[in-house]
Design a protein around this ligand. Structure first.
Ligand code: PEP
Ligand code: MN
Length: 364
């Protein structure tokens, strides 16, 4: 099923000749020098057309740097006037919208913590009023496609047609190398639902560290996403927010130069479906490994317990019962007896080894 949105195509309102559109700039505006130096560094990179900076920072816990507020909007006006870049800020309430509009900000974005709340979206839309300023809508923190779609549809019904969805990854209960799990199947499904809605990708918040960013940028292009938002700071190590994931303008330029722009596959349906399935496998493998790790920790705990009570490691009766029980469960799940046995033997072997290590460890 595809749903229709009334979307103004990117090329009608953005001065871009080639995709992807690149947005760069610091996580937060910190000082006039930091903003201007970063902006001049970025303005030299031909692919970058838009400068971002957080002015009001939604922090998970109070007490951290919460943004410079209104005075930062003046620095962004200077960026626009002196570099020709378009400027964008995050807005989370009607006051932010009013101030951003008063300072001639070109594009607004709604952050992951705000998108979850339909009241907030409604109020932001009402505050924007009749201006047809472009709005970027990040995905909500939780992997919930409907909430993301809801915010997009709500703004579209209020008359906003210059819309862009921004994929910034999702909170995920398992540990992962990413700060926010990419779960590519969700933006892919969004693209399938709304084929004319541009989707940008924010590798900085997906990755949480600089090293993973180039691979995620390439992945975004390979999945035919339309733009990238990369947090860029003149001195990332000194950044007041998100310092592990920000890159220098020179690094950004290098990452962009290495991107491979493939031609469209011509068979989107196939590649998207494959990607969706692979993404599902990645998630399941991650859970599987996490569970195995947790299981081994419990095995070691049992080892300590046996050691304290001078009980032998191998308890054959228990092992036989356990094997029988797991084979029955496995067969109900459509797995073969041979496969379950092989798996259990391997898990058991590792468990025994862990317990032997516990027994031999000198804990005096
Ligand atoms: C940001 O872009 O700086 C930001 C706060 O992002 P998100 O809302 O995606 O966490
Ligand atoms: Mn950030």
């Amino acid at each position: 099923m595809t749903l229709s949105l009334n979307i103004t195509p990117l090329e009608k309102w953005l001065p871009v000749s080639t995709l992807p559109v690149v947005i760069a700039g610091p996580c937060s505006a910190e000082s006039e020098e930091q903003i201007m130096e970063t902006a001049f560094g970025i303005a030299r990179i031909p692919q970058v057309k838009i400068f971002r900076a957080g002015i009001w920072k939604p922090r998970t816990r109070p007490g951290a740097f919460e943004g410079v507020g209104t005075k930062g909007l003046k620095w962004l006006q200077q960026v626009r006037e002196q570099t020709g870049l378009l400027v964008t800020v995050e807005v989370a309430n009607p006051r932010h919208v009013q101030e951003a509009l008063d300072h001639g900000i070109n594009i607004l974005w709604i952050g992951a913590r705000t998108v979850v709340n339909p009241f907030a979206i409604q109020e932001i839309g009402e505050a924007i009023g009749n201006t047809d300023i472009p709005i970027m809508i990040k995905n909500p923190l939780n992997p919930d496609l409907k909430t993301w779609m809801g915010a997009i549809e709500r703004l579209n019904r209020m008359g906003f047609a210059k819309l862009i969805a921004v994929h910034r990854g999702f909170s995920f209960f398992n540990r992962s190398e990413y700060r926010n799990a990419p779960m590519w199947e969700i933006p892919i499904e969004l693209k399938r639902m709304y084929p004319n809605l541009p989707i940008f990708v924010d590798p900085s918040h997906i990755c949480g560290n600089r090293e993973l960013i180039p691979g995620t940028m390439q992945k975004a292009l390979d999945l035919e996403m339309n733009g990238l938002m990369i947090e860029t700071h003149i001195n990332p190590l000194k950044a007041l927010t998100d310092k592990n994931q920000q890159v220098t303008p020179a690094q950004l330029e290098e990452f962009l130069s290495k991107l491979i722009l493939r031609r469209e596959s011509g068979n989107n349906e196939f590649s998207h479906k494959l990607e969706e399935l692979r993404s599902e496998i990645d998630k399941l493998d991650e859970e599987l490994i996490d569970i195995l790790g947790r299981r081994m920790k419990v095995v070691e705990e049992i080892g300590h317990f046996k050691k304290a009570n001078k009980i032998t490691i191998l308890q054959l009766k228990r092992w036989r019962q356990l094997t029988q029980d797991r084979i029955e469960t496995g067969i109900k799940m459509g797995l073969s007896r041979e496969f379950i046995l092989k798996l259990l033997e391997s898990v058991h072997e590792e468990g025994i080894q862990r317990q032997i290590n516990v027994m031999n460890r000198d804990e005096s």
